[in-house]
Every structure is written in C-alpha cells, then in structure tokens.
Design a binder for this molecule. Structure first.
Ligand code: MN
Ligand code: MN
Length: 470
C-alpha cells in the first residue's frame, strides 16, 4: 500500500530491456511520421502494415460469409480512414474494445484555383486546415502531397519535397527591416490566412518576349511533363502542403522526437503497433483511424460519419437476428479509448497550466477524464466506473500513466472524438500521448510516453477482464 501519490518519470522506473524497446519503437515511429504525413499516406502505411501482419481485407472476409474468433481483418474508407479488427471469442453484441485515433493533422490546403504570378514569382494560394498559428508556417521547407484527376479521369498521386533530391516549397515572411507595422500587430494577425502563399517558381528561362505570366506558364509545363495535368485540373484536386522536414531525435539523451504530426499520429501509431501484438482477444479488438478531427470530425471520413456503423452492420449481417439492433447493442456495450494527444506542462509557459493536474513530459500515457472548454462544455466526461476499469487494466500490465487536463480552468480548451463515440452509449475516455507545441509544424513528444501509449492500448485491446459492473 502507498498512502500518498507522486507522479514519477517513466525513465526512472523501467528496466534496461524496456529502455531498448522504447528506443526501437521511437525509430519505427519516426518512419511512420515520415511516410504518413497526410491522412491518405497514413492509410497507405496502415494498410501495408496490416497486410504484413496477416490482416485480410474485410470485403474478402465478408465474401467468405463467416468471421471466426481470432480472425484479423482491415477496412479502408475512401483512402482516408481505416479500421483494423481482431474478432473476439465473445459475441460482438457484448461490446467491442476500441482504440480510436485520428490521422489528419493541421496543414495548408491548396485552393481550387491556386496558381498565379506576381513580382517575379509563381505562387500558390492556400486555405489552412485545422487550428494553426499562421506565422509558424512561414520560412520553413514545405512538401506537397495529394491527388489530381486529369480530364481523362486518371488519378495522379502528387508528392513533391519528400525525396532528398526534390525541391521544397516555401512561404515568405516580411524582413525584420521593414516590419515596423507588422511588429505592432497581434500575434494572431501578424500573418493572415491570405498571406500564406506558397512560392513555387522564379524562372522564365526560354520564354518569348512579351509572353503573359511566363513563370507561371513554366510551372504549368513542369507539372504537365511530370503529371500530365493542366491548370483547370486544380479545380478537381486535393493538395496538402505539410512540413518537408523528417522526424528527428531531440535531446543529447535522444529521449524525445520532434516531428510534424504527433497530433495525432503518435496515438495512431501506438494503436497500430498495439493491435499488431494482440492475438485471440476475448472482446473483439478494434483500432479505428479517422479523418477530419482537426476540423470538427465532419465529412464522410470523420467520426460523425456513419462509415464505421455501416461497416459493423455488414459484419453483424453474418450473424442471425436483426442487424440494426445488433449494431446498437455492439456499440452501446463497447468500451473505448479515445486515443488523442493531450497538452503538457511547459516550463517555458507555466502560467497556462495548473501543475497538479497537468501532464508532465515523460511521465507516461495521459488519461483525461474530460476535455472541452469553460464549464466542461462539449466534452465526454468519463464515468468513474469506467476509469476504475481502465486503471485496473493498466495496473495489470504495468502501464505507467498519469492524469492530465488540457490547461488551467478557463484558459482555453479543446475537443476530441470522445464525445461522438459516447453518443452510442459506449464507455469512453481520452487516453493519449502528452505533446509540447501542439499544432506547430514541428511538435515534441517523449519516446517514453509513446511507448507507454502503445503498452496501454495493447493492455486494453487484449484484456480478458470481465468488464465494468455498473
Ligand atoms: Mn488530436
Ligand atoms: Mn489537434
């Protein structure tokens, strides 16, 4: 028994062999970050990993007309969301164990008519996606990912700036010498949305005298040669600018990782690796990877979409009895970890946190009973009964975890997919990796916390505990 509680660092509690595991996971996580910079790329990575691990396409399993305990299936939806599922020994109607994360991140999307020429440069207009501090996106190397359709209906995959040999893209900021007016502005207005214009060209080499927009024309020629696209094809394109830098270890002790997209790819990756280590669970285990969380979870690949319910209906159609009721029972009886990152105490900005209830970097995976803002508005406030159940599962597997809220009361706030999943009547709690500099082009996490998130999700997905008794 220990009468008093003290938060302690993961690093101080682990064995030599676990230290090795943390570092190995850190390296494979960096690969996921570099290869999965957009929701489409993340789905490609998840699908490949699932297939490697013996998961079969859900459609194939359904065509066979039967799913048996222990079967591993995966499902992708519109190339932007994914589900991995291991069928349990218990009927699905008794509830699933789900770990739900999101694979979209804040970024800059190209507008539908993006390209123009001005002042000796060709530029692309953007519209930011998710919550960003706009000034942070200037003067850093950017890469471009996405798809364009030609008029012949050919889908073209665009990727510029990731290969070492590739050029990168860039957004201008004003030189300090002429920033007298800009420096007087509020931080939120120093760079505006319409100033986030991406430079893509400067050369009009070989153009004819008096030619209109020769730099822009040259860029279109390059795009035509490489991808076979014309300017009006941008109208039916989906192109996303993201930081071009690769994930890097941080600290002389290599204990942390700086990268684009820890929110929420740290939790997505932790749950991907967790479900890969689960065999023959009692409850059907599900890793759910959704899109659009950063813009409110709307859209047909976001959590408010019916795609996951529809998928479950197809699965439950294999059983006897009314499907609609089976879906309701399955979801209503489910227990869910909403796997999303959480804010963390930052010694440089201590004033926004209440230290007793803030996450501390390196002290383990974070459990947040509630998120939301003001008086807990717009959040899922988890039930104590379920929290107790989650604690018991974590203790059984020696998961090092901490509780943490977003920040001081009335300082701001944020939401996750937890409240959407709670609408089914399922038990849900937020549980994820603590992050520093959330939504910045390069965010920071501790490798120890990513590792504990994986350990926590694995413990939750494979548990054979009887479940909470309410
Ligand atoms: Mn998130
Ligand atoms: Mn976010």
């Amino acid at each position: 028994m220990s009468l008093m509680y003290e938060k302690t660092s993961v690093w101080s509690k682990i064995s030599e062999s676990e230290l090795k595991e943390i570092m190995v996971l850190g390296e494979s996580y960096k690969e996921f970050l570099d290869k999965g910079k957009t929701e489409r790329r993340a789905v490609e990575f998840i699908e490949k990993r699932a297939v490697e691990q013996g998961f079969i396409k859900l459609e194939t399993a359904l065509a066979n007309g039967k799913l048996n305990a222990g079967d591993k299936v995966y499902y992708t939806y519109k190339n932007k969301a994914a589900v991995m599922m291991i069928v349990g020994t218990e009927p699905m109607e008794k509830g699933l164990h789900i770990v739900g994360s999101h694979i979209d991140c804040p970024r800059l999307d190209l507008k539908q008519r993006p390209l123009y020429e001005e002042g000796g440069m060709a530029l692309l207009k953007t519209h930011y996606y998710g919550g960003v501090k706009k000034y942070q996106w200037t003067t850093i190397p950017l890469a471009l990912h996405g798809v364009i359709f030609t008029k012949e209906g050919k889908k073209v995959d665009v990727c510029i700036g990731e290969d070492e040999a590739d050029p990168v893209l860039y957004i201008n900021d004003l030189l300090i010498h002429l920033s007298a007016d800009q420096m007087q502005k509020k931080l939120s207005e120093g760079i505006t949305g319409e100033q986030l214009n991406i430079v893509v060209g400067n050369s009009d080499f070989g153009s004819e005298e008096g030619e209109k927009d020769p730099i822009k024309k040259k860029i279109m020629q390059i795009l035509f040669d490489r991808y076979g696209i014309e300017e009006d094809d941008f109208a039916v394109a989906e192109l996303e600018a993201v930081p071009a830098d690769k994930a890097r270890c941080v600290g002389l002790d290599r204990s942390m990782i700086a990268a684009y997209g820890h929110d929420d790819r740290s939790c997505a990756y932790a749950s991907l690796e967790a479900i890969c280590e689960v065999e023959n669970p009692k409850k059907t285990a599900v890793a759910l990877f959704v899109d659009k969380e950063e813009i409110g979870s709307n859209g047909n690949t976001g959590m408010t979409s019916m795609f996951f319910e529809n998928m479950l209906a197809e699965v439950l159609l294999l059983e006897e009895g009314p499907v609609d009721l089976a879906v309701r029972r399955t979801l209503g009886n489910s227990q869910i970890l909403s796997a999303d990152v959480s804010a963390t105490f930052d010694p440089t900005f201590p004033e926004v946190s209440e230290k007793l209830n803030a996450n501390i970097l390196g002290c383990g995976v974070s459990v947040s009973k509630y998120t939301g803002s003001r008086g807990k508005y717009s959040c899922n406030d988890a039930n104590a009964e379920f929290l107790a159940e989650v604690r018991a599962i974590f203790e059984e597997e020696n998961v090092i975890w901490q509780t943490g809220e977003m920040g001081k009361v009335d300082q701001g706030g944020g939401g996750t997919i937890a409240e959407i999943l709670a609408a089914y009547g399922a038990e849900v709690v937020d549980c994820g990796v603590p992050v520093i500099s959330m939504h910045a082009p390069m965010e920071l996490v501790s490798k120890a916390d990513v590792y504990m998130a994986k350990k926590a999700y694995r413990a939750f997905l494979k548990t054979s505990r009887a479940g909470a008794k309410f």
